[in-house]
Design a protein around this ligand. Structure first.
Ligand code: TYM
Length: 355
């Protein structure tokens, strides 16, 4: 196969308000990657019904994620912005992956354990258990190679590699009989395969943005306290209030990154500042080392408002024009379906289905 190219893929669930963790861990990276890559950014609505089946305003939720992508700077003409359910091939490949993956792999996922509260696993939907299999299908139905995500998705991407590898091995002889295979490396071993080994893109100063109330807990849509997170749609006063109330310790900021060890809240705020200003944590400490939070917090408020206000303003404008957003999603869906169709025809042949 000669024209195999790198491809960036990522997805965001349309469940609840987007927050600063989603923005810094994912969406801001999506924007940066579009300069030099072919990118596909997906609103994963099929995933959104795994934990909660019925949603108050699903169409509005889907539009708001697409609006966030575009307001943050993603160009839907050069790249593909679409919603998952518009491309039925995701679910088709996920079914095949359900038969490749093992139940034990799914039960070991920490997100499944967290969401099912351990003991309640049997009461959860079958979809929630199979969630990572659909996620692997999202990525591999385009044979994508690079996936920008926050740190909490790392285990799911390892599983995506495991599924790809098992498919490649289980169907090795079948793949050889076609000319769809690619030469990849697994570790140092050259392997003839169909699916690539995806590379997670997790780095940066804020791969896991923590709660503003508790530095050891992830910032999350589902936290009961709204003060724990900055929502992308928060206005300047709310952002200012939440940062002023953010938990900290009484010490001044250190001058070196090492000095942030054991100071989870300080580390989090410095990481947020660094990510919002495209600096390293060390550069931020170079500027603020030795200063009290009474100096650092107002600077962080100014920076957060400067970066987020134009995005939320543009999101509001876009969400008022549903015809425009729906047109972008429809166009993206069509282009995505055309790509997924190529893969699925090949996968059906490799598996041995008549078509
Ligand atoms: P979701 O919708 O929970 O989150 C979207 C993105 O935001 C990142 N994120 C964070 N990053 C840093 N700090 C935080 N506190 C934080 N909270 C969330 C997530 O890591 C994610 O990148 N399973 C995925 C959606 C998905 C997907 C995919 C992603 C479905 N299919 C294929 C990549 C490729 C999820 O639930 O993301």
């Amino acid at each position: 196969m000669s024209d195999f190219k790198p491809l960036v893929f990522s997805g965001v669930q349309p469940t609840g308000n987007l927050h600063l963790g989603n923005y810094l861990g994912a969406i801001r990276k999506f924007v940066a990657l579009q300069e030099n890559n072919d990118c596909m950014y997906c609103v994963v609505d099929l995933h959104a019904i795994t934990a909660q089946l019925v949603h108050e305003d699903m169409p509005g939720q889907i539009r708001s994620i697409a609006a966030a992508f575009i307001a943050a700077g993603i160009d839907p003409k050069k790249h593909i912005v679409f919603n998952q359910s518009a491309v039925p091939q995701h679910a088709e490949l996920a079914w095949i992956f359900n038969c490749v993956a093992r139940i034990g792999w799914m039960e070991r996922m920490t997100q499944f354990k967290d969401k099912s509260g351990g003991k309640n696993a049997e009461q959860m939907s079958l979809g929630l258990l199979a969630y990572p299999s659909l996620m692997a299908a999202d990525i591999l139905v385009y044979r994508a190679t690079h996936v920008p995500v926050g740190d909490d998705q790392k285990q799911h991407l390892e599983l995506t590699r495991d599924i790809a590898q098992k498919f490649n091995i289980d169907f090795m002889e079948h793949i050889r009989r076609t000319d769809y295979g690619i030469d990849i490396k697994v570790g140092d071993e050259p392997v003839h395969a169909y699916f690539p080994m995806v590379e997670p893109l997790i780095g940066g100063p804020a791969p896991r943005v923590m709660s503003l109330r508790e530095g050891t807990k992830k910032m999350s849509k589902s936290d009961a306290s709204d003060l724990s997170r900055i929502n992308l749609m928060d206005d300047a006063d709310t952002i200012s209030k939440k940062i002023r109330k953010a938990k900290t310790d009484p010490d001044a900021l250190p001058s070196e990154v090492d000095g942030l060890k054991g100071r989870a809240e300080a580390d989090n705020l410095v990481g947020i500042y660094a990510a919002l200003s495209d600096k390293t944590k060390q550069e931020v400490l170079g500027e603020f080392g030795g200063q009290q939070f009474s100096v650092f917090k107002p600077a962080l408020v100014d920076l957060a408002v400067t970066v987020l206000a134009p995005i939320s303003g543009e999101m509001r404008r876009l969400m008022d024009d549903t015809t425009h957003i729906d047109g972008i999603l429809r166009d993206g869906g069509e282009r995505a379906r055309a790509r997924a169709d190529v893969t699925m025809k090949q996968v059906r042949e490799i598996v041995g289905f008549l078509q």
